[in-house]
Design a protein around this ligand. Structure first.
Ligand code: AMP
Length: 548
């Protein structure tokens, strides 16, 4: 159906495409730099020429509209090239989560129907372990910083640098419909199999523009400008490193890609390149601040957005005491991800230091074009200040899970994206996440399903009943706590025995390694709701009260 007043038809160049993000930087910052660890520095002119050559090479590999291209790499200039060239060629970029078990990662590659994989040498063993899932892969390209070897028994299309050097650049990137899928990755922040979350060119462009605008117009306490030096501290497979590499590139900002996250290297790069803007989960910030060589960094120049878990006042205070300008933000895989940042409203800016701290550790103020609502179990809006489930609308929220209509409908029930987070909207319009309704635990930025840990523990013959929740953890944000009721006659079994049993299951590689942090507590009963379901809310409240 054509809309009334539709006007003349759309012209080339008017669609919201990732390609459009690169026009200005070609002449704005040709001498600006993109650095990889302490190994390589490219000018934007050189980097853009590599992107154009990558486009020609992808075409030669037969990659075009409808294809999916998987990447397994640390944060690198090459990953950034793929961020642009793959979607600009019409294919979708699948940013493979390299921290998943081989079984799960293989599942995502098979489910995504990746035909070409770009794999850093460090991940070749992981690739080998997922071979049963790779029958659809036509080409594997190896990414290497030194000597490399071809993966055994898989079709190898050579090494990235060698092949890129030979490639003929694309002269013109294709016009595409703006709804073309640009990126795809899998979230384990839900229960069941990992779910494919995708974003279109239009959504990435709108997210880039709006996050960029919000960070440009609000200085207090954190902004992001073209003259900042950017280093991502969120892996590029995790929601496109929160979309900031697209923004940094569009602005022509100096960028530093750290490769594998090694604390000493991160500290070295932060100081050597005088990095001014980054973003990470609280666990990573704590790790850097508490590192023995943390004193080698002048933290005063750094502006930092913290997300993925709550920014606690104690953590914010510690960062501020080093001179870091810090702010909390909120988002999730399904939301591209940024939907709120805790900028301080001008009318609240003159409060005391404590008031300001209270504001910037609220979960965030919604970005332009984001509608937020707090609803009860029946989907009805609750009064301001009341806790309910946070639901969202915005042009850049995922439309659903790839090939999973039932879960997509559940995500979007009632026409709003359901976050699975308990939250309230305070009288100033700031969001506060208060609880998690979904049955998953986030340990240092990585998800573990509580159901998987429950299933593993339930395999022990002495376990009659088990329920797992996430409890606050100073280092990891949260860790799993399993409450176990033992079978009659087997009460002599100890929690240490159960922990050993769980570790043995983790060793087999079926659950995420960080489940090793699970604390097992023996109890006489597990709290139940009025309808007899395990009452995890009550368990979480009791655990929180014990910590407080
Ligand atoms: P992910 O999909 O891995 O990005 O995880 C998103 C989830 O992390 C959200 O649904 C929340 O449960 C949690 N999260 C993200 N940001 C915050 C925050 N600022 N405070 C509390 N929880 C958060």
């Amino acid at each position: 159906m054509s809309p009334a007043n539709s006007g003349p038809e759309m012209r080339p160049g008017s669609a919201l495409l990732i390609r459009e993000l690169l026009h200005r930087v070609r002449t704005w910052a040709p001498r600006g730099t993109i650095t990889y660890r302490d190994r390589l520095e490219l000018t934007y002119a050189e980097w853009l020429a590599r992107v154009d050559r990558l486009g020609g090479w992808l075409k030669a590999l037969g990659v075009g509209p409808g294809d999916r291209v998987g990447v397994m790499d640390w944060d690198s200039h090459r990953y950034l090239e793929l961020f642009f060239a793959v979607p600009m060629s019409g294919a979708a970029l699948h940013t493979v989560n390299v921290r998943l078990t081989p079984e799960q990662a293989g599942y995502t590659i098979q489910h995504a129907q990746d035909t070409v994989l770009f794999v850093h040498v460090d991940f070749l063993p992981l690739l080998a372990a997922m071979k049963p899932h790779l029958s659809g892969v036509r080409h594997v390209v190896v990414l290497a910083d030194g000597p490399w070897n071809a993966p055994e028994g898989l079709p190898c299309a050579g090494e990235y640098e060698e092949e890129l050097a030979k490639a003929t650049p694309v002269s013109e990137w294709p016009d595409l419909p703006e709804d073309t899928m640009a990126t795809l990755f899998y979230t384990t922040g839900t229960t069941g199999e990992p779910k494919g979350v995708s974003f279109s060119h239009r959504q990435i462009v709108l997210h880039t523009m709006t996050a960029g605008l919000t960070l440009a117009v609000h200085e207090d306490p954190v902004s992001f400008r073209a003259d900042d030096v950017y280093l991502p501290l969120t892996p590029m497979f995790h929601v496109h490193a929160w979309g900031l590499p697209f923004l940094a590139t569009m602005l022509g900002a100096k960028q530093v890609y750290p490769g594998k996250y090694e604390p000493q290297m991160l500290l070295h790069l932060l100081e050597t390149h005088q990095v001014t803007f980054s973003h990470c989960v609280p666990t990573l910030l704590q790790m850097l601040l508490h590192h023995p060589q943390s004193g080698t960094v002048n933290w005063r120049r750094l502006k930092l957005v913290i997300g993925g878990a709550a920014l606690l006042p104690a953590v914010a205070r510690e960062a501020q005491s080093r001179g870091i300008r810090i702010v909390g933000g909120y988002g999730m895989s399904e939301t591209c991800p940024i939907v709120a940042i805790a900028h301080i409203k001008p009318e609240l800016a003159s409060g005391s230091e404590d008031d300001r701290l209270g504001l910037l550790t609220r979960t965030g103020f919604p970005l332009p074009m984001v509608q937020v609502k707090i609803v009860d179990g029946a989907g009805q809006a609750v009064p301001p200040g009341t806790v309910g489930e946070l639901v969202l609308r915005s042009p850049w929220l995922t439309h659903g899970y790839l090939g999973d209509d039932a879960s997509s409908d559940r995500l979007w029930r009632g026409g709003w994206l359901h976050t699975g987070d308990g939250a309230l909207l305070d009288s100033d319009g700031y969001l506060r996440i208060t609880d998690r309704l979904k049955d998953v635990i986030k340990i240092g930025g990585e998800w573990i399903s509580s159901l998987e840990i429950e299933a593993a523990l339930a395999r022990h013959p002495a376990v009659r009943e088990v329920a797992v929740i996430g409890v606050p953890d100073a280092k990891w944000d949260e860790h799993p706590r399993a409450e176990v009721v033992l079978r009659e006659g087997l009460e002599s079994v100890t929690s240490r025995e159960l922990v050993r049993h769980l570790h043995a299951v983790i060793e087999t590689g079926v659950i995420h390694k960080r489940a090793i942090l699970t604390e097992v507590v023996l109890v006489s009963a597990i709290p139940k709701t009025s309808v007899g379901k395990v009452d995890k809310k009550r368990m979480r409240e009791a655990a929180k009260a014990m910590v407080a």
